[in-house]
Unconditional design. Structure first.
Length: 184
């Protein structure tokens, strides 16, 4: 980022890493930077909205989500089969209270790529946000069995707060630890 301060990917992926490590302040700063570098990117808008919420900055969260959803809608007009745009936009919609529309977008994404771990993970997040805790945990387990190994996200993603009290949650984290150590 020192060599090229306009390199979106450096800011964006550094923000994702900071988030996975539990450093919300650093992550939001980096997502904001990524958003300034590439303002048409829906991902940084939607991801920073969640962190704004986590930090108690609801007005900024709502504004960032609305902007992110508008950018997703633009993206989907050009690329209606963009699965990532669908599930990220779905998250923004659910968080904005548009539950029906958000869950429909999530179902579309899941139909398009039903075995993709990141699709499953994000659908689990949406189910958790919608209060469907058991369904969310089952989908999260399926995501992990399908190859998702992003323990840091599972531990720090506030979208999954509802599933952390699930009785099988400790076993899921233990499984991810064993996977990471090469001892499944």
């Amino acid at each position: 980022m020192r060599l090229n301060p306009r390199l979106f990917e450096a800011c964006y992926f550094f923000a994702r890493t900071a988030f996975a490590q539990g450093d919300a302040e650093k992550a939001i700063s980096l997502y904001e930077r990524a958003n300034r570098v590439q303002p048409q990117d829906y991902q940084s808008s939607l991801l920073m909205a969640q962190i704004y919420d986590d930090l108690g900055r609801q007005d900024e969260a709502r504004n960032s989500r609305r902007r992110g959803v508008r950018l997703v809608e633009d993206r989907l007009r050009l690329n209606p089969d963009d699965v990532r745009a669908l599930y990220m936009g779905a998250n923004g919609l659910v968080a904005l209270g548009e539950m029906g529309r958000g869950l429909e977008w999530a179902r579309r994404a899941a139909r398009m790529d039903p075995d993709e771990p990141m699709v499953l993970y994000n659908v689990a997040c949406l189910q958790a946000l919608a209060g469907r805790t058991e369904e969310a945990f089952e989908t999260l387990e399926l995501a992990v069995r399908s190859g998702l190994n992003q323990k840091g996200w599972i531990e720090h993603d506030s979208n999954l707060d509802a599933v952390r009290g699930h009785p099988r949650y400790p076993a899921l984290i233990d499984y991810l630890d064993r996977q990471a150590s090469g001892n499944p």
